[in-house]
Design a protein. Sequence first.
Length: 304
Amino acid sequence: MNPALKKKLYHYAMVTLACAIMGIAMNTFYMPNKMLSGGIGGVAVLAYYVAGLPMGATSLICNVPLFFLAYKYMDREYTVSALYGIIAFSVSLDFFHFLSNYTVVHDKLLACIAGGVLYGIGAACMYRVGGSSGGTDIIGAIIQKNYSISISTTGFAFNICLLLASVSLFGIEPVLYTLLTFFVMTKTCNAFTTGFDYKKKVIIISEHHEEIAEAIIKIVGRGVTYISGEGCFTHRHRELVFVVIKLTQLAKVRSIVREIDPGAFMIISDVNDVFGRGFTLKPSGPNFPRPKFPEKHESPEKQE
């Protein structure tokens, strides 16, 4: 199969799955417990509670002007993907509406957590392939393109306005439950988008940088990079050891550094995502021999 076609099919399959998961979450946990939602889906929920209008149809109608904005200001690929996401999400809201007749979880707090987790998984499936279900995502994408304001900021502002309107209609308690759902959903979405295989960035400053680097390569199996630096106080040249490792490998690196140089200076920080050899490509390390380069003290002429 053509790789481009395969990628496109995978994209739309993930968008379909994401919309189905979000539709199930809303109808299974939100609706039976009279909870609210955010974005255009939240407008559809409000319309359903107030006037009994079908959520999917309301969502589709509200998205029509937003689709024309996307058509005018965004590229063709984004517009087509957004249109598919709008239709898929609207259909899933009405297709799974029968689930709202069954109260699976009676405790509102548990419903908030379960609904937030399930909806967050669906949103993560959407964001991992760069998809969109329309709504505030389109507004956010246009504003980000023209004014460099993040999509999440635009969505947050819209949801605050929506929740303020909901307070006047339903009181403060449903809104507080909704805020809890937003929090759980955001945390879940971030976790599934970036993955659970957390990475750490380690920078080591030591007089024994060569020994530490060799030990990390041989024992941990991670590639290491030297970064040239200079001490501001002493003006001495130093080689900083830079390495990105998995969370499970952090204890090994700490042990190596403490054993070789107990006085070494280490900086450890989180890494959101990593691409390249050893992570998304073939691994580096002792099983993959390093290429041979001229020694540092030898000139190219001498090598010849």
